[in-house]
Design a protein around this ligand. Structure first.
Ligand SMILES: NC(=O)C1=CN([C@@H]2O[C@H](COP(=O)(O)OP(=O)(O)OC[C@H]3O[C@@H](n4cnc5c(N)ncnc54)[C@H](O)[C@@H]3O)[C@@H](O)[C@H]2O)[C@@H](O)CC1
Ligand SMILES: [K+]
Length: 506
């Protein structure tokens, strides 16, 4: 099982509030202290990262809740560094949360050079000729409870029109912390300081465009209070890379059976086989209809070929089933089924019967997903096997009557589907989502739709299957394949403005 570090736990609004609340109630670190840690860590990062920017005057947009309070802490630290502050209280100062109120009083005490101005409403803030060096968005955080109301809408629109940098405290105002949707309007930040945890909505829908760069600011939250999070951010900083054990007998360092290809679609089988082979597996055994053998003899010299059926067979049918099961029964190994299988009726029957009888771990991709989805809900993974499904959005949609149009619905569906069916699901898209049989889901912070393209998907499936054959857990195999793909894409794009071909991912 993948084990994300606490910095990569993704929080919903309610989990954020619960963690705040439990820290205050159960370990007796008060809210004022938490606010001080949050605001001071954002302020210190700003001072460090922009020390040569020549800042002279900041504009702070504050709501009446604790998000506004965080912002007043930032203003106090920056004031100490001679950066003047204009504070606009969108809901006045009469009804500030107790910790925000305390910080407002403190801030005024720190202003010994008369560098502080404030306005008690948005309307009272008449734009002057003043040039602000930056804008801090402290209007709303996880307390957002509806579409933006009243002057919040105008303030957000105005801030988005300014050319100066906008820094969001905790979450851009108006962005839904759970779904990544815009609640009427949303701040489009250059950078977001995430207090105590990244919010799930940063990585769904328009979240990435609204947050800008995300900086995690650790708060003194006991890790166990976050442990009910079941969504995690996937990145290369923490996912363990696969290790090969060199020098072993070739069949001891992983065997992969590939059931793929049909007339006109042999390229998919070849890409998957080559991709898996590049990971250093002991043996790859490509099972193919006998009529296609001569093609693979030419194109895949290092791969073992096991033809089934007669010379005129160019796609799989039920008649091949017994022979295929016999071949994969010989040596321990994993099975990749799907790339280029085609969608003939006979192949669909073959695939579904194979999947119901196969006792090896299986990676189910492309046309095998098509076949499986033809059964509606009438399929079940055999016990004691592990399955990985790798659907792109269209393929995922065939497994449900519900719309999975937005990312939040897709995440919810992937989570339920994986745990109901006791499988691992890699849902390609922006973000990529890995759902696991035990409930946790992992989100990428980059677009994996690229792997939905023909060819690239075959390469990805080959990588995942290779890692499973090498003994990695399904979730880790998916994570490694995605991260490796990203690495290859990034390094390719450094030297080229064209998009890479599937072969460049191998
Ligand atoms: N002790 C704590 O609870 C901590 C809270 N922190 C900060 O506090 C934030 C959460 O604070 P709060 O729970 O006070 O909530 P917020 O500060 O996010 O805002 C809540 C206020 O906004 C109003 N509001 C909600 N939706 C609105 C809408 N659509 N339009 C206009 N007004 C709306 C509510 O009536 C409420 O008064 C976090 O995001 C984080 O920035 C951090 O300081 C860490 C510690
Ligand atoms: K905010």
């Amino acid at each position: 099982m993948l084990q994300a570090p606490p910095s990569h736990y993704l929080l919903t609004a309610s989990l954020s509030q619960e963690v705040d609340h439990r820290t205050i109630e159960e370990v007796d670190i008060d809210g004022f202290t938490l606010m001080e840690v949050a605001g001071s860590s954002a302020a210190k990062k700003l001072l460090k990262d922009y020390k040569h920017a020549g800042w002279s005057h900041g504009l702070y947009l504050c709501g009446k809740g604790n998000n506004g309070g965080d912002t007043l802490v930032v203003a106090r630290y920056l004031l100490q560094h001679d950066i003047a502050a204009t504070i606009v209280f969108l809901s006045g100062t009469d009804d500030l949360s107790p910790d925000a109120q305390k910080n407002w009083e403190l801030l005024q005490q720190f202003d010994d050079q008369d560098q502080l101005q404030h306005h008690k409403s948005w309307e009272a803030f008449t734009e002057t000729d003043l040039e602000y060096s930056f804008i801090i968005d402290g209007m709303l955080g996880t307390g957002l409870d509806s579409d933006l109301r009243g002057s919040y809408t105008s303030a957000v629109q105005w801030a988005n029109e300014q050319s100066t940098s906008v820094f969001a405290m905790d979450i851009p105002t108006g962005l839904h912390a759970d779904t990544g949707q815009i609640m009427g309007e949303s701040i489009q930040a250059d950078r977001t300081f995430a207090f105590g945890g990244h919010k799930q909505g940063f990585y769904l829908e328009v979240g990435p465009a609204q947050t800008g760069d995300v900086t995690y600011c650790e708060l003194p939250f006991p890790n166990q209070f976050k442990s009910s999070s079941n969504t995690f951010l996937l990145d290369e900083s923490w996912v363990p890379r696969p290790t090969l054990q060199p020098g072993q007998h070739k069949y001891a360092s992983g065997v992969l059976y590939i059931i793929a290809g049909s007339e006109g679609l042999t390229g998919a089988a070849q890409l998957a086989a080559r991709s898996a082979w590049a990971e250093g597996l002991g043996a790859i055994i490509l099972i193919c209809p006998r009529g296609l053998l001569s093609i693979y003899e030419q194109t895949l010299p290092s791969i073992i070929k096991k033809p089934v059926g007669s010379k005129s067979d160019e796609h799989f049918t039920r008649q091949h089933l017994a022979n295929v099961l016999e071949i994969i029964g010989k040596k321990e190994g994993a099975v990749l089924i799907g790339p280029g299988l085609g969608r003939q009726e006979g192949t669909i029957q073959f695939t579904n019967e194979f999947l119901s009888q196969n006792t090896r771990d299986a990676i189910i991709d492309a046309d095998a997903l098509w076949a499986l989805a033809q059964q509606k809900d009438g399929w079940r993974k055999p016990d004691n096997t592990q399955w990985i499904l790798t659907p792109h959005p269209g393929e995922l949609g065939r497994f449900t009557d519900q719309a999975v149009a937005d990312d939040y619905n897709r995440l919810t569906f992937v989570r339920n589907f994986s745990s109901d069916k006791q499988i691992t699901v890699l849902s390609k898209g922006m973000p990529g989502i890995i759902g696991t049989s035990s409930g946790p889901c992992y989100l990428t912070n980059y677009n994996t739709r690229y792997f939905a393209r023909a060819g690239n998907g075959d390469v990805l499936a080959g990588k995942i299957a290779a890692y499973v054959a090498l003994g990695q857990e399904p979730d880790q195999s998916c994570a490694n394949a995605l991260l490796q793909g990203k690495q290859k894409l990034d390094s390719y794009l450094q030297d080229s403005s064209d998009l890479p071909e599937p072969k460049d991912f191998i």
